[in-house]
Design a binder for this molecule. Structure first.
Ligand code: DGJ
Length: 737
């Protein structure tokens, strides 16, 4: 790891263990150009800026300044002075002008990794940070670009701060966090798309001229698009090929874009969505744009995933639970929906305790008159008709059975049919004079208002202080629309989306500081707020409301492209599955949930005795293999979404002494060879034995009798016996001899 400025050449060079990132300054006027990003190189090499190409540098030939700005590989592009591509930064002055020209002013290289006020950001020792200040003299706007690297990771953390050093008010209309230009090398674009119950499916397509990418305007990162974008060489696969990836440490509206220009040059950008965003900067004020994780991998998509998994585990998640085995929970949502009382919950808890489950989570429906999803959000008072004797009694009764207790909240919302809304209708986000739209019969609270935020915090803490609660599921079940705050002035209404996200962060920061032992799980109608921002506050996020084992293969593959398995909320749920009606073996549901936090979401008192009897064995399986899943390196071995037949992934311990391979045969196929899998990530020289986990006995049995070297297993591969029937799974433990 190194960051250097080469004075004579006017070149900045950032080196991680395997990559180099090079920027350079032109002669006067000092534009900051992007020269190179890719595998590590030895030289501070800036010739790729092409300052000698037609139409020449503006100082040599100022009449061609516009042509220059429109083709120069800009590091952080600006709007209105001749760069006609999609740009990263746009302001509007009080006079209504949008022209801006950011030129180099100064830089510093510091030890450490600064945080970002009010926003989630990577942290840790052994880091270096480069801060380059650019300025636009006529408006007095300054932009500080941040680049941080850690010794142990190839990712570059980027963010930016805008400072109004002028004498007039300026409106920030676009302030992306990161941008850089390079040549197109026949790249393909990779994004994750989805919907409710179908989150994070992988999309891959060729790059076209013009702009392309994904975004959210829903006030959250969304089911539909992930705050992530990658470009990959056409032949890049799990092991090889260049991949450039950007991921946003942010949980609100975003824009992730690649622009391909007239010279087949491309610009990759990420930041807060400029649509519906306008931030007023009075003289002296600053705006902090959230962090982007930028990575280059020469080891294909697998290399990108592993860099980010390590970064997120080591430098983003703060919760003390990140590597600790989490309690095996049972959640009552799919078991009872709103139809429960303490007797029902205790019956579930009693059977759960007898079968090795460690925590009961009481989901939606325990407060106010919440007998269905049409009412009571905001009235966070225990419904004693349901919880006879109150919450404290239920918690103590559950604890007496040997289980911990967890609870569900949806703190950001208010139902029109609630005491809260009747008392404070103006606390809901709405545009005066318009009837705001409902979703799930609820409004969103205007968390940009101090009194609303304080009310929410008090509701949370009143409940958490009243009983011994080990876990909170923080849910959020609608998007933001009809944006209007009764309190913000007209010229700050464009700040509401971002202020809302800042308030959610502040609430979770205060909550996790006040209850450091609390296990927090974020959730948003399933996985609509599964993003790196939320992982700063909670070590796990509910992946999707679809817990069908087969649907989860695709959802979890897409999720694991970015996030460590330890973050993925995954449960064994009821069958026929409540979303797709599919029936899958209990055993297979267990294998798929093992690739996440592991728990149950069913009425344990009602499932078949045979399935129930498998729970203690699955619990033992989780205990045995959890460490490998949570702390190991993740290798994608086969993809059901690509081959239409089977799915497989492998977790390898950091010292490569063992691995856990999961294989799911989705549909059985007649008259075909057995599947050959080439393993990945093992040590070529080490010798391994392979054991199969037998769910019946809960023991491991030999799968291949002889010891085999890692190179044999990775190059020649292993055969997976065909299993009779559909939706079957197999779990193999690979251990050094
Ligand atoms: C959406 C969540 O994803 C579900 O797990 C459940 O908690 C419901 N909300 C409750 O309303």
């Amino acid at each position: 790891m190194d960051i250097r400025f080469f004075e004579e050449e006017r070149v900045f060079k950032i080196d991680t263990e395997n990559t180099s990132y090079i920027m350079a300054l032109t002669d006067e006027p000092g534009y900051l150009g992007h020269a190179y990003y890719g595998p590590k190189v030895s030289d501070a090499y800036a010739r790729l800026l092409r300052t000698g190409d037609y139409p020449f540098t503006p100082d040599v030939n100022p009449r061609d300044k516009l042509g220059f700005l429109d083709s120069f590989p800009m590091e952080y592009s600006f709007h209105g002075t001749g760069d006609f591509r999609e740009t990263a930064f746009k302001i509007r002055t009080e006079g209504g002008n949008v022209a801006c020209e950011l030129k180099y002013f100064s830089h510093v290289i510091e030890k450490g990794k600064p945080g970002i006020p009010g926003l989630p950001a990577c942290f840790g020792d052994n880091a270096l940070t480069l801060i380059i200040t650019l300025k636009d003299a006529p408006t007095g706007m300054a932009v500080r670009l941040y680049y941080s690297v850690f010794e142990d990771n190839d990712t570059i953390l980027r963010s930016a701060v805008a400072v109004n050093e002028g004498s007039g008010t300026v409106f920030l209309e676009r302030m992306l966090s990161a941008s850089f230009d390079m040549d197109d090398e026949d790249f393909e674009l990779i994004t994750l798309h989805g919907s409710w119950a179908r989150e994070r499916h992988i999309d891959r397509r060729p790059l076209a001229h013009g702009f392309q990418g994904v975004s959210s305007l829903r006030g959250e990162s969304s089911h539909q698009h992930q705050p992530f974008i990658a470009i990959a060489e056409k032949n890049a696969d799990q092991d090889s090929g260049s991949v450039y990836g950007m991921q946003f440490v942010y949980s609100g509206n975003f824009l992730a874009m690649v622009y391909k220009g007239q010279y087949d040059n491309i610009r990759m950008m990420m930041g807060i969505n400029p649509e519906d965003f306008c931030w007023k900067l009075e003289p002296g004020a600053e705006f902090h744009a959230p962090e982007v994780m930028l990575v280059y991998s020469a080891e294909g998509l697998g290399g990108m995933s592993r860099s980010w998994h390590d970064l997120i585990r080591e430098h983003l998640i703060r919760s003390r639970y990140k590597y600790i085995e989490r309690p095996i929970l049972i959640n009552n949502w799919e078991a009872t929906y709103f139809d429960f009382d303490s007797d029902k919950l205790l019956a579930i808890a009693k059977t759960a305790a007898e079968h090795g489950i460690e925590m009961l989570v009481m989901d939606d429906g325990w407060f106010g008159n919440r007998y269905d999803d049409n009412r009571a959000l905001g009235d966070w008072k225990v419904n004693e008709e349901k919880l006879k004797g109150g919450l404290g009694k239920l918690v103590e009764d559950v604890k007496a059975l040997g289980l911990k207790f967890g609870i569900w909240f949806e703190p950001e919302m208010v139902s029109p049919d609630s005491d809260l809304y009747r008392a404070h209708p103006d606390w809901a986000i709405a545009v005066p004079g318009r009837v705001a739209g409902l979703a799930r019969n609820q409004y969103v609270l205007d968390l940009s208002r101090e009194e609303v935020k304080e009310y929410v915090f008090k509701c949370l803490t009143d409940i958490l202080d009243s009983a011994d609660i080990a876990y909170v599921k923080w849910d959020m079940n609608r998007q933001l629309a009809d944006l209007g705050s009764a309190q913000l002035p007209a010229d700050r209404q464009g700040e509401l989306f971002h202020r809302y996200v800042l308030a959610v962060y502040e609430l979770q920061e205060r909550l996790t500081s006040r209850y450091p032992d609390l296990l927090l799980e974020n959730c948003s109608g399933g996985g609509a707020r599964f993003d790196a921002g939320m992982l700063y506050y909670s070590p796990q996020i509910w992946c999707s409301d679809d817990a069908d084992a087969i649907e989860r293969l695709m959802i979890q593959e897409g999720t694991a492209l970015l996030y460590p398995l330890s973050t993925m909320g995954a449960h064994v749920s009821d069958c026929p599955n409540h979303v797709v009606g599919r029936v899958t073996p209990f055993e297979t549901r267990g294998y798929v949930a093992l690739a996440g936090t592991f728990g149950y979401e069913l009425d344990i008192t009602k499932i078949s005795g045979e399935d129930r009897a498998m729970i203690p064995k699955q619990a033992a399986m989780y205990k045995k293999y959890h460490g490998l899943v949570a702390g190991g390196d993740y290798y994608r071995i086969a993809s059901y979404s690509e081959n239409g037949y089977h799915d497989s992934w492998l977790c390898v311990s950091k010292d490569k002494s063992e691995g856990l391979l999961t294989f799911i045969q989705v549909l059985n196929r007649p008259s075909r060879h057995t599947v050959k899998l080439k393993l990945r990530g093992l040590s070529p020289e080490k010798s391994y034995r392979i054991f199969r986990f037998d769910m019946e006995s809960g023991e491991e049995e030999s799968f291949i009798p002889e010891a085999l070297h890692g190179d044999t297993l990775m190059n020649a591969g292993i055969l997976i016996p065909r299993m009779n029937g559909d939706f079957k799974g197999i779990l193999l433990h690979i251990k050094t001899t």
